[in-house]
Design a protein around this ligand. Structure first.
Ligand SMILES: NC(=O)c1ccc[n+]([C@@H]2O[C@H](COP(=O)([O-])OP(=O)(O)OC[C@H]3O[C@@H](n4cnc5c(N)ncnc54)[C@H](OP(=O)(O)O)[C@@H]3O)[C@@H](O)[C@H]2O)c1
Length: 303
C-alpha cells in the first residue's frame, strides 16, 4: 500500500468509498472491511446521503459489533447536499454532523468534507460551524468536494482550519482535471477548463485530491473496464496488464496513483476480492510512455 499524509494522518492511497454498501449483509461487510485492513487500506469515505443514511448505519452497526475496530480506521464523511439544493448553513452543517456521528456510532470524524459547492455559501458562517465542531471534538479535520480553485480560496479565506482535501471525479474515462492543461492555447474541444484549475490549486496549496468513481465513465454511468464501448482503452489495458503482471483494474488504479499530485483513489467496490486486486495497483509504477498511451487510448488527443 502507498500512503498519503493528510493533516498528520497516514492515509492509504487506495480508500474505500461507502456509497454502495447500504444493502450489504453484516457478515459480508465485516469480511470486506477486514480484507481492506489486511491490505493496508485504512481510509473509509462516507456521506450523509449515501443510501439515504443507511450506508453509515450499516457501517455503524459493524463498528458496534466489533469493539476496537473504530480506532483502526480513518473515517471521513460529507454533508451539504439536500434534496434539490445545497446547504452550507451553520445549522445544517451542525445538524448533519450529529446525524453522521449517531449513525456511525462514533464520537468523532477524522475528516468532514462539504460535498458540493453551495452558491449561497458564506465563509464566515461555515467558519462558525467548523470552529464549533473542532472545539467539541466532533470533527478533527476539514475539506471539500467538487470545488474549483476560487471556491476553495474563498472558503479558506474565512476559516482558521486549513482545508486538507478536495474530492473530485478523476479516472481514465474522466480526465477533465488534466485535459485542458494539456490543450492550453489550442482550439481543441478539451482546451476548455471545466474544473476551475482545481488540480494545480490543490497541488500548490497542499490539498490531497481524492479521485472518486475511478472506474466509471460519464457522470458515474457505468464501469469502463471490459465495456465493449471502449475497445481501444480495454485493449491497451489488457496489453499492459501482461507487461506489468497485474489486472486491468489495478492498472487503471496505478494510472491515477502515477500522477505526481499524490492522489487517493476512492474505490466503490463492495467486493473484497476486487478490492484486494485493486490494491495491487499500488505496486506498479507506470512508465511515462505507458501512462500517456493509456490517456490516448481512452480517447484523448494531444496537440
Ligand atoms: N464526492 C462526490 O461527489 C462523489 C460522487 C460519487 C462517488 N463518490 C465516492 O466515490 C466512491 C466510489 O464511487 P463509485 O462507486 O462510483 O466508484 P467505482 O469504484 O468507479 O465503481 C464501483 C462500482 O463499479 C463496480 N465495479 C468496479 N470495478 C468493476 C469491474 N472491474 N467490473 C465490474 N464492475 C466493477 C462495483 O461493483 P462491485 O461492488 O461488484 O465490485 C461498483 O458497483 C463512492 O463510494 C463515494 O465514496 C463521491
Amino acid at each position: 500500500m502507498k500512503y498519503r499524509q493528510i493533516g498528520g494522518l497516514q492515509a492509504s492511497a487506495v480508500a474505500v468509498g461507502c456509497m454502495r454498501i447500504a444493502k450489504m449483509e453484516p457478515a459480508a461487510l465485516s469480511t470486506f472491511v477486514h480484507t481492506a485492513l489486511d491490505n493496508g487500506v485504512n481510509f473509509f469515505d462516507h456521506a450523509d446521503i449515501y443510501g439515504g443514511g443507511e450506508s453509515e448505519s450499516v457501517f455503524g452497526r459493524l463498528l458496534a459489533a466489533e469493539p476496537g475496530l473504530r480506532d483502526k480506521l480513518i473515517l471521513q464523511s460529507k454533508c451539504g447536499i439536500r434534496p434539490n439544493m445545497y446547504d452550507f448553513s451553520k445549522e445544517h452543517i451542525l445538524k448533519s454532523v450529529d446525524g453522521i456521528l449517531s449513525r456511525l456510532g462514533t464520537d468523532h470524524l477524522d475528516l468532514l468534507l462539504l460535498h458540493r459547492p453551495d452558491a449561497l455559501m458564506e465563509p464566515e458562517e461555515v467558519a462558525e460551524a467548523f470552529d464549533e465542531l473542532e472545539r467539541s471534538g466532533k470533527v478533527q479535520r476539514f475539506g471539500v468536494s467538487n470545488f474549483n480553485a476560487r471556491q476553495i480560496a474563498l472558503l479558506q479565506s474565512g476559516l482558521k482550519q486549513k482545508l486538507l482535501v478536495n474530492q473530485l471525479q478523476f479516472g481514465l474515462k474522466c480526465t477533465g482535471l488534466i485535459d485542458h492543461a494539456l490543450c492550453t492555447n489550442t482550439e481543441f474541444p478539451h482546451s476548455a477548463d471545466r474544473d476551475g484549475e482545481a488540480l494545480d490549486y490543490c497541488r500548490l496549496n497542499g490539498l490531497t485530491i481524492q479521485a472518486w468513481s475511478p472506474f466509471q465513465y460519464g457522470f458515474f454511468e457505468g464501469v469502463f473496464l471490459g465495456d465493449p464501448k471502449f475497445p481501444e482503452l480495454n485493449g491497451k489495458l489488457d496489453e499492459l496488464s501482461g507487461k506489468y503482471g497485474v489486472s486491468p483494474q489495478a492498472l487503471a488504479t496505478a494510472w491515477i496513483l502515477r500522477h505526481p499530485a499524490g492522489m487517493q483513489v476512492i474505490c466503490g467496490t463492495t467486493n473484497a476480492q476486487r478490492l484486494q486486486d485493486i490494491c495491487t495497483g499500488c505496486g506498479v509504477e507506470l512508465s511515462r510512455e505507458d501512462w500517456y498511451a493509456l490517456y490516448l487510448a481512452a480517447g484523448n488527443k494531444l496537440p
